[in-house]
Write a new protein. Structure first.
Ligand code: PGA
Ligand code: ZN
Length: 420
């Protein structure tokens, strides 16, 4: 079915910053909309998010230029193309942009079109989005990774590590997994209040962001919260952390101020090994910095046999970086964020390359999100097996969990066991 028209406009994300919304209309009248997310702790190698830079609107963060690229140049180039041929559409936009990082038209413009057209194509075929995206792959519900405590860029730099997440890996259904994560979230709240910490609402992704003394203290608190909620750590609910270490890496060293230590790459690896021995940590994201290629293989050698080691800022959903990581045994999993690369086709390619190499893939939201739950369908369709969208508060997060609960309730999809 041919693309007839693209419309686009500026909306606000969950931090109150502008982002792009796109609507695609096909010749049969089918319509698809998509909203583009936005990160705060972004990787250097991400595709470009085009901002207006006009200081009189949203402190320069407006996206009217990206919007006009959708309705102008991109619409002119893709009108008449077949909405069911996603890779041809995405290739056309990449060529039209002409830069290696989508810096001319903006990854926010291109991704909006990529996803809106996929939705319209699904509507035209009268099938759910996940089934359209699966295109022959085995679809399954992902295990959720749920933010409980936040730090770093998402919580006013209280502590260095960015996310302390509950990973409910010992349950048969998605609904039971979310239930366990919600119970841990509540138990963590009770422990924080009992310990006398002041809480002033939730952090950017809906987790608690108390002013803890150190990263170690956060690990301690989360371990206790899992037990307080009545679960066996390591068996039913374990810990995942997003160290987001690029954001405290300077001059070749890791600056862990709250621990009172500045570490070399080797020492950072030792520190992570030690934390995994002391706490039920089974997944570490960005344990090392985005260009610390030398130390990533050492971390993988030390922990890769028993801990999931994910590259987020390290790989930026970029297939060339993931291929290098596979060749150098740098990690064993990739975080997949559509707007880090800017098209649906490239996103699915990265996921496919990772899974084919025996790696794991985690489909992820951004810290700046919208009510769009596209990535829930993407997680199901890609067979990635895991998803990370923040906590169990804030509706931009719940849109994603609730979509997965809906898909499970309607039947026909089962939870992919963790690590399978
Ligand atoms: P971001 O954070 O969206 O702010 O980049 C999410 C993450 O690091 O996983
Ligand atoms: Zn991350």
């Amino acid at each position: 079915m041919k693309i007839q028209e693209l419309n686009a406009w500026e909306i606000l994300d969950s931090r109150g910053r502008p982002t792009v919304a796109v609507e695609a209309r096909l010749e049969d009248g089918s319509i698809g909309q998509a909203q583009v997310p936005s990160g705060a702790s972004t990787g250097t190698h991400e595709a470009v998010e085009l901002r207006d830079g006009d200081p009189h609107r949203y402190a320069g963060k407006g996206v009217l230029r990206a919007v006009s690229h959708v309705t102008g140049e991109i619409a002119a180039a893709v009108k008449g193309m077949d909405a069911h041929r996603q890779s041809a559409l995405d290739r056309r936009m990449i060529e039209l942009d002409g830069t290696p990082n989508k810096g001319r038209l903006g990854a926010n413009a291109i991704l909006g079109v990529s996803c809106a057209v996929a939705r319209a194509a699904a509507a035209s075929s009268k099938i759910p989005l996940w089934l359209h995206l699966a295109a022959g792959r085995t679809a399954s519900l992902p295990v959720p990774m749920v933010n409980i405590l936040s730090g770093g860029h998402h919580a006013s730099h209280n502590i260095e590590f960015q996310d302390f997440l509950a990973l409910p890996h010992g349950f048969a259904t998605f609904a039971e997994s979310i239930h366990a994560a919600a119970a841990v979230h509540k138990a963590a709240y009770d422990l924080i209040v009992e310990a006398g910490y002041t809480l002033t609402g939730v952090a950017d992704e809906g987790g608690w962001g108390p002013l803890l003394r150190s990263n170690g203290e956060a690990l301690d608190l989360l371990s206790k919260a899992i037990e307080r909620a009545g679960y066996r750590p390591g068996e039913q609910v374990s810990i995942a952390i997003d160290v987001a270490s690029s954001h405290f890496f300077r001059d070749g060293r890791y600056h862990l101020h709250t621990e009172g230590r500045i570490l070399s790459g080797e020492e950072m690896v030792e520190q992570l090994v030690d934390w995994c021995a002391r706490y039920p940590v089974i997944s570490i994201e960005d344990g090392l910095a985005e260009d610390d290629w030398d130390h990533w293989p050492r971390l993988t050698k030390a922990l890769g046999g028993r801990v999931q080691l994910i590259g987020d800022d390290f790989f930026t959903t970029n297939v060339a970086r993931v291929r290098r990581g596979i060749a150098e045994r740098s990690a064993n999993a990739v975080l997949v964020k559509m707007n880090q690369i800017g098209t649906l086709t490239e996103t699915l390619e990265v996921t496919g390359v990772a899974l084919a190499a025996g790696w794991r893939a985690v489909i992820s939201a951004r810290s700046g999100e919208t009510e769009d739950a596209f990535l829930s369908d993407l997680a199901v369709a890609s067979g990635a097996g895991q998803i990370k969208v923040g906590s169990i508060t804030r509706s931009e997060r719940l849109a994603k969990w609730n979509r997965l609960l809906e898909l499970e309730a309607k039947g026909g999809l089962t939870l992919q066991p963790f690590g399978a």
